[in-house]
Design a protein around this ligand. Sequence first.
Ligand code: V47
Length: 397
Amino acid sequence: MPIELELARLRDPALRPIGEAVARGERLTPADGLALYATRDLLGLGLLADFANRRRNGDRVFFSANQHINPTNVCVLRTTCVFCSFARTPKEDGAYTRSLEEVYAEAAQATGEPTREFHIVGGLHPKLRLSYYTDMIRGLRERHPDVHIKALTAVEIAHLARIEKSTAREVLLALKEAGLTSLPGGGAEVFSTAVRATIAERKLTGQEWLEVHRVAHQLGIPSNCTMLYGHVETAQDRIEHLSMLRELQDDTGGFLTYIPLAYHPDHNELGEELGRVGTATTGYEDLKAIAVGRLFLDNIPHVKTHWPMVTPFLSQIALGFGCDDVEGTVVYERIYHEAGARTEMGMAYLDLVQLIRGAGKRPVERDSLYRELRETFDDPLPPAPARPRGLPVVHAA
Ligand code: V47
């Protein structure tokens, strides 16, 4: 049945011409993007984004059975990335660096579970070499041959290239050879030089982040992309960021999904400075971030809602605001929980299925490359992943 866009339901006159462009399948301009951010007609914005999403994905919503693993929180940018609550200096309380055996022990939770992806990101450790990561990937592949490995943000890739006095291309080739499937989208934050100078001084520049992803795509490594919103950035900064992602995607087609990341202000310097401790983004902002992403990024196939950050409740509503993908089972989430997220550490497989169904959508289990694995959930389901509640054993760096 063809889907219809009821333009008469738009209350904001500024949305009308944009709605007509969306109905015709035309690309939105930066001025359109700014108007989308400016509108107070949240339901009108959602209507447009839902239309764009349904045209592409119907009522299907993807999810994956994944496990997040963070091998170290020691980070050379500890004092300059002021929005991050996860990083530690080597001697700071709570600093940890896993041995490979500890990583394998954490990953062993996947045995007998329907895990399809390890999502591995961490700090920029001053001493860990590329071989630590290639050995880790090989070891995980040997132990879990069916599990894809999505590992290391562009920032970590660039850091390893510096440590090895090599290039991002060489690092990516070595990781691919070891068994890497794809790159996660973290570290993008907001590309604006002024914003980076405030929140992430000394982190690689936006252009450098994009270049690592360009090279990955050229090497046949697909990746995700993100934008960290809800701190000091303006609507103009956000649209410039999205425009740069869209431009790279026009060139390479290598981005699989876009994930807007809601800034969490607890236990970090920026939150204190902004007087925002205990005050995360609002549901209104979160839904706008999803909807504008869906409408502006017309060439990125998927838009994912990250339930650990915005709550499963809001993620379910986001499925009606342009989102076709939900973060997976996760198992143990550290980065946002350090920053004050009050959600569970992980979500059971069946709960994800129910979350999606409860929004009137059709759940589709996927792998890291968005190959469809399972659409029927009425037969006996695989066992739900365990939900660890305590902190796993760590040793100081
Ligand atoms: O780059 C750090 C963000 C990112 C905070 O590719 C924070 O599927 C909010 O890469 N408040 C890392 N955000 C996470 C990441 C990711 C997450 C989900 C899915 C995917 C994917 C990738 O976490 C960092 C940064 O942008 N972050 N600190 C904070 N206080």
